[in-house]
Design a protein around this ligand. Structure first.
Ligand code: MF3
Ligand code: CO
Ligand code: CO
Length: 250
């Protein structure tokens, strides 16, 4: 079921989103060579709880941490642990929180120290895919316009789009309808309506789009690098609002 949020409900999601943005800033800037993924999880978990929010991933279907840490060929859902992240790696950091019963979901992929030019380009393209998709997040457009925008952006750069996982509606629950595919045909699928809140989250691989799932880890089948970029977006009568980026308002 798709839930359209009232202005009051959207305001609560905005508050969750702005808190999550601050949490993610702290986590991303701590992702330096030698730090463990477990330490990054601890930073997030503490900030979330100190602010009176709840880390939604913790205990979700048994997930054991408050953020996902996905290194190099791990696409998403990496479990934080004792291993230090190494100079030259890329790391996807994904966090969902709820504040006052309302969720926000956000991910970034960052460089650990110096990385290759190709890895830098992959990270930049994943971000650009999101903003191309965001430009389609307008009343009257359809879900297929979002997927099409991501796919066109990634493939024009010689990268591929993960199909096995997608974005989603979000609200009181972390995952609501509809599914927000990162591939698709323009002009197809459900129409976007004001008050919809969507987690738009391109997952872009340097090699092929196929993935393999091992426990929680989702990895690229060919071992190539993967980058993930996610925000929670509010559909309005005008420009979309990125609830997880204070600077990108309606
Ligand atoms: N943040 C993820 C998403 O973008 C979901 C987290 S899965 C969990 O939808 F198991 F880690 F909770
Ligand atoms: Co997420
Ligand atoms: Co999500």
């Amino acid at each position: 079921m798709i839930t359209l949020k009232t202005a009051e409900q959207a305001a609560k999601m905005r508050a969750a989103g702005h808190l999550l943005e601050r949490v993610m800033e702290a986590v991303c800037s701590a992702a330096l060579p030698g730090v463990t993924t477990g330490h990054l999880n601890k930073i997030a978990d503490q900030m979330i709880r100190d602010a009176g929010a709840v880390p939604s991933s913790y205990g979700y279907k048994g997930f054991p941490a408050s953020i996902c840490t996905s290194v190099n060929s791990v696409v998403v859902h990496g479990i934080p642990g004792d291993e230090p992240v190494l100079e030259g790696s890329i790391i996807g950091l994904d966090c969902t929180i709820s504040l006052d019963g309302w969720q926000a979901d956000m991910a970034r992929t960052v460089a650990v120290g110096r990385i290759s030019k190709e890895a830098e380009r992959l990270i930049a393209v994943a971000e650009r895919c999101f903003f191309e998709a965001l430009a389609q997040c307008r009343v009257g457009n359809r879900l297929g316009d979002i997927g099409h925008a991501v796919q066109a952006c990634a493939e024009s750069e010689g990268f591929s789009v993960v199909r096995a996982l997608c974005g989603h509606g979000i609200g009181r629950a972390m995952h609501e309808d509809p599914e927000v595919s990162n591939v698709g045909e323009a002009g197809r699928g459900m129409r976007l309506r004001p008050g919809m809140t969507l987690a738009v989250e391109p997952m872009i691989n340097m090699g092929g789009y196929e993935v393999t799932v091992n426990g929680w880890d989702v990895k690229t089948l060919d071992g190539s690098l993967s980058a993930h970029y996610e925000n929670t977006v509010l559909i309005t009568h005008g420009a979309p609002e990125v609830l997880t980026m204070k600077a990108v308002g309606a």
